[in-house]
Design a binder for this molecule. Structure first.
Ligand code: ZN
Length: 509
C-alpha cells in the first residue's frame, strides 16, 4: 500500500519492514513452554506482584539498559502497583504501546505478551523481525492494566467496573442494563472513574507520539479461531490484523473481523491520539490445557505477528486519512410539506445541492447520480452539475461554470423527468491562501444549477454521489470533444479540451 508522505514529499510504502516483505516476514515462534501456574518459571499464585517479579523482572535484570520499569500508580483497590516496562533501543524511530490484563481473567493473553517480550530480550538475534524491533522501535508495555483482576481471576476491577467500557469515547451512548451497576460490562459511575483507566489515559497521553496501541485479550462470547476487534468508525491501519489472520487461517477456520463503537481503551486511543489500535482476541476453545504448549504457541504466533506488523507501521492514522478514497451520497425526496423550486433563464444553484469538501491530496472528484423534476409548461430546461475550487488554476468558479461538461439541455413538454448527473474534476489539495499573495485552491465545491426558459421547475428528488480518489497523475481528468468533427476521420475526430497546458509563473520560486 502506497501513501504520500508530506514530510518527504514522496509516495512511500505505508508498511515498510526493514528485513523483507516476503514470506520470511511472518514470524514462526518456537514451541512455547507449559505456562500453567506453578509450571516452570510461572509462579503457582496469580498474585500480580508475584507475576511481575517472576516473569518481567528477570527480563529487566538481564538487559538493564534496554529494559527499564516505572510505577505508573496504584490500582483502584490501592493494593497493587501498575507497572510500565519500557524496551527502548539506543535510538528509535517510533513508539508502540502494548498492554494486557485489562480483564484480569484473560491469562493466555497476558502470558503470551510476556512470552513475546521474552523472545525479544533473549532470542532477537535468531529472528530478523525481532532484531528490527530491537533496533528501531520503543515498546511501552503495561503487563497488567488491572492487577487486582489478575490476582483475583476476574474480568472487573475491585469496584466491579469493566475497564474496557470506562473511557469517555461514547460513554454516554451506552445505556443498557449490562453497562449499569452489577452488569457484566459495568461502565463505571463516570468516564475514567477508575484509578486503572486514569493510568491508561495518562500513559497514552505520556506516549501520545505512539503510532499504535494494542491491548491483548481472550474471549469466550465469540468462538472462532481468529478474532480481532477494531474501532468501527475510526480510520485505522486495519491491515496489520488482517494480514496476520489471512496468513494464519486454514480453510476451515472461523474468522471474526469484529468492530466496536464502545468506550474501550483501544477506541479511546484511536479517537484521541490517531493510533492504530485494536483488541486481538484469542479463543481458548481448541485446547483443554489452555496454558499448555500448543495453545500458547498458537496464540504467540497470532499476537506476536500483530506486534511485528504494528512495529512496521510508519504513520499515524490521521496521515492515512489524507490518502484514502471516500464516497458521500446527498439525497432528497419531496415530502409535500414544502418544495425546492428553480426558476430563471440563466443558471442558478438549486437549493440544497450545495456542499464543500476539504481535499487533502491531488486527485479526482467525481459526481454522479440523478435529479427528478416536474415542469408545468413547455420549456427548455438546462441542468448543469458542476464542481469547482476557489482559486483553482483551471476550475475556479468563473471557468468551471462555463465548461458545461456535465450539462443537459432539452426542450420538454409539461411532465416529470429524471435526468442523469455526471461530472468530474482534477482537484488540488485545499490550501492556505495568503491574502494579497498568490491565491491557491481552496475547498472543492459541489453544486447543481438549473435554468428554465419559462416558468418554474419543482424538484421531486435527487441522488448526488460524490467520489474522491487520490491520484498523482498530472492529468487524471481529460476531456475530449468531437463537436464540429462530424466529417473527420476516426482517430482524428477528438480535440483535447482539458487540460490545455499553458505556462504559469507562480512568482518568486
Ligand atoms: Zn477482554
Amino acid at each position: 500500500m502506497k501513501q504520500y508522505n508530506a514530510a518527504t514529499g514522496k509516495v512511500e510504502d505505508i508498511v515498510t519492514l526493514a528485513y523483507s516483505d516476503d514470506e520470511g516476514a511472518f514470524w514462526e515462534p518456537p514451541a512455547q513452554p507449559n505456562m500453567n501456574f506453578g509450571a516452570g518459571h510461572v509462579p503457582s499464585s496469580r498474585d500480580a506482584e508475584g507475576l511481575i517479579n517472576a516473569l518481567y523482572e528477570p527480563l529487566r535484570k538481564s538487559e538493564p539498559v534496554y529494559v527499564t520499569r516505572k510505577i505508573l500508580g496504584r490500582d483502584q483497590s490501592n493494593t497493587f502497583n501498575v507497572y510500565q516496562y519500557t524496551f527502548a533501543p539506543k535510538s528509535y524511530t517510533k513508539t508502540i504501546i502494548l498492554s494486557a490484563g485489562t480483564h484480569g481473567n484473560e491469562d493466555t493473553a497476558f502470558l503470551s505478551l510476556y512470552r513475546f517480550l521474552f523472545h525479544l530480550v533473549h532470542d532477537y538475534r535468531n529472528y530478523p523481525q525481532l532484531a528490527y524491533i530491537r533496533e528501531n522501535v520503543k515498546l511501552v508495555v503495561i503487563p497488567f492494566n488491572n492487577p487486582w483482576g489478575v490476582t483475583n481471576n476476574v474480568r472487573h476491577n475491585s469496584r466491579s467496573v469493566d475497564l474496557n467500557r470506562n473511557t469517555d469515547y461514547l460513554w454516554d451512548k451506552i445505556t443498557g442494563t449490562k453497562y449499569q451497576t452489577g452488569g457484566v460490562y459495568y461502565k463505571g459511575s463516570a468516564p475514567f472513574s477508575e484509578a486503572e483507566t486514569q493510568i491508561v489515559r495518562s500513559y497514552l497521553e505520556g506516549n501520545s507520539e505512539a503510532i499504535a496501541y494494542i491491548d491483548f485479550h481472550n474471549i469466550q462470547a465469540v468462538k472462532a479461531e481468529h478474532i480481532v476487534y477494531t474501532p468501527r468508525y475510526l480510520t485505522q491501519h486495519r491491515e496489520i490484523f488482517g494480514d496476520v489472520i489471512n496468513k494464519m487461517r486454514k480453510p476451515t477456520d472461523r474468522v471474526v473481523f469484529g468492530s466496536a463503537a464502545v468506550p474501550t481503551l483501544y477506541c479511546y486511543a484511536a479517537n484521541r491520539f490517531a493510533m492504530t489500535t485494536g483488541n486481538p482476541e484469542w479463543w481458548n476453545g481448541r485446547y483443554t490445557d489452555v496454558l499448555g504448549s500448543p495453545n500458547m504457541t498458537e496464540i504467540l504466533r497470532f499476537f506476536g505477528n500483530i506486534i511485528i506488523k504494528a512495529c512496521g507501521l510508519e504513520y499515524k492514522t490521521n496521515v492515512l486519512e489524507t490518502g484514502e478514497k471516500f464516497t458521500k451520497l446527498f439525497m432528497y425526496n419531496k415530502t409535500g410539506i414544502d418544495s425546492i423550486t428553480s426558476t430563471g433563464t440563466t443558471y442558478s444553484n438549486i437549493k440544497h445541492t450545495i456542499y464543500d469538501f476539504n481535499i487533502k491530496r491531488f486527485g479526482l472528484l467525481k459526481m454522479r447520480g440523478h435529479i427528478k423534476f416536474t415542469l408545468t409548461e413547455s420549456a427548455t430546461v438546462g441542468i448543469n452539475p458542476f464542481l469547482y475550487q476557489v482559486y483553482h488554476p483551471d476550475f475556479a468558479y468563473s471557468t468551471a461554470k462555463d465548461t458545461l461538461y456535465g450539462e443537459y439541455i432539452q426542450a420538454l413538454a409539461p411532465g416529470t423527468y429524471t435526468i442523469p448527473i455526471n461530472n468530474a474534476m482534477h482537484v488540488f489539495p485545499t490550501n492556505y491562501s495568503e491574502s494579497g499573495g498568490t491565491q491557491r485552491a481552496e475547498l472543492a465545491k459541489m453544486r447543481i444549477q438549473a435554468k428554465v426558459s419559462i416558468g418554474t421547475i419543482t424538484i421531486e428528488s435527487f441522488r448526488i454521489w460524490i467520489d474522491y480518489e487520490p491520484n498523482n497523475l498530472g492529468n487524471p481528468f481529460e476531456v475530449y470533444d468531437a463537436t464540429g468533427k462530424e466529417a473527420a476521420a476516426e482517430g482524428s475526430d477528438y480535440v483535447l479540451k482539458y487540460p490545455i497546458i499553458t505556462a504559469n509563473d507562480d512568482g518568486d520560486l
